[in-house]
Design a binder for this molecule. Structure first.
Ligand SMILES: [Zn+2]
Length: 215
């Protein structure tokens, strides 16, 4: 697997998805074989990034390849990998509807089936911390906990994780759609009914064990 190419392609994909604007957001992937982490460079437009701009570092932050400065949220990415062995991709975005809730310090509940199936747990919003700080990294680890695949960073954006890049993108898209639906429900004076813990568990089990070709 060419992980540098995966980072370059994923940057373009994120920029094209509308989940972030300009140079904001950042992406990383972990090679499960070597344990090395591949990160987007800091403050570069995603359509200009080439493979040589990707920064490669160890789990404790030692840069082993690349001449660019890595994303300022490098410690957040590394902290998530250190805490969650099954996670191999992390996407940090600034998506519009999720930001409506991030700016209010509110969580996003699992109000639709797609969210219940793949988000692992409620999308919790962190306390406020400055961008690039150790505190922000620690807050994200805490909000993700053992099983949530997404969290909101207070007044800032979203972090979505997956076992691979496809999984992390799926969570990023479902989180934003869920936030948009939640916003529309509240904007029209409604309240989501919610899905029972029992049904959430049943759907998560189905996705894990039965859903998809060849299962
Ligand atoms: Zn950000």
């Amino acid at each position: 697997m060419n992980y540098k190419k995966l980072i370059v392609d994923s940057g373009k994909r994120m920029a094209g998805s509308g989940l972030t604007v300009e140079t904001w957001g950042n992406i990383s992937v972990r090679d499960p074989e070597t344990g090395l982490v591949y990160l987007t460079p800091s403050a570069m437009l995603y359509d200009t990034i080439v493979e040589d701009d990707v920064v490669v570092c160890t789990l404790d932050g030692k840069i082993v390849e690349g001449t660019r400065k890595p994303t300022i949220e490098t410690e957040m990415h590394l902290s998530v990998y250190r805490n969650r062995a099954e996670v191999n991709a992390v996407i940090h975005t600034h998506p519009l509807y999720s930001m409506v809730y991030a700016a209010q310090g509110k969580d996003i509940p699992l109000i639709i089936d797609e969210a219940a199936q793949i988000m692992g747990d409620v999308c919790r919003c962190t306390e406020y911390a400055l961008p690039g700080s150790q505190e922000l990294a620690d807050n994200c680890v805490k909000a993700l906990g053992e099983k949530a695949n997404s969290c909101l960073i207070h007044s800032h954006g979203a972090v979505c994780v997956g076992e691979n890049m496809e999984g992390a993108f799926k969570v990023a898209k479902v989180l934003e759609v869920t936030s948009q639906i939640y916003y529309m429900i509240e904007a029209t004076g409604g309240k989501p009914v919610g899905i029972s813990d029992e049904n959430i568990a049943a759907m998560q089990d189905f996705v894990k064990n039965s859903y998809g070709q060849g299962k």
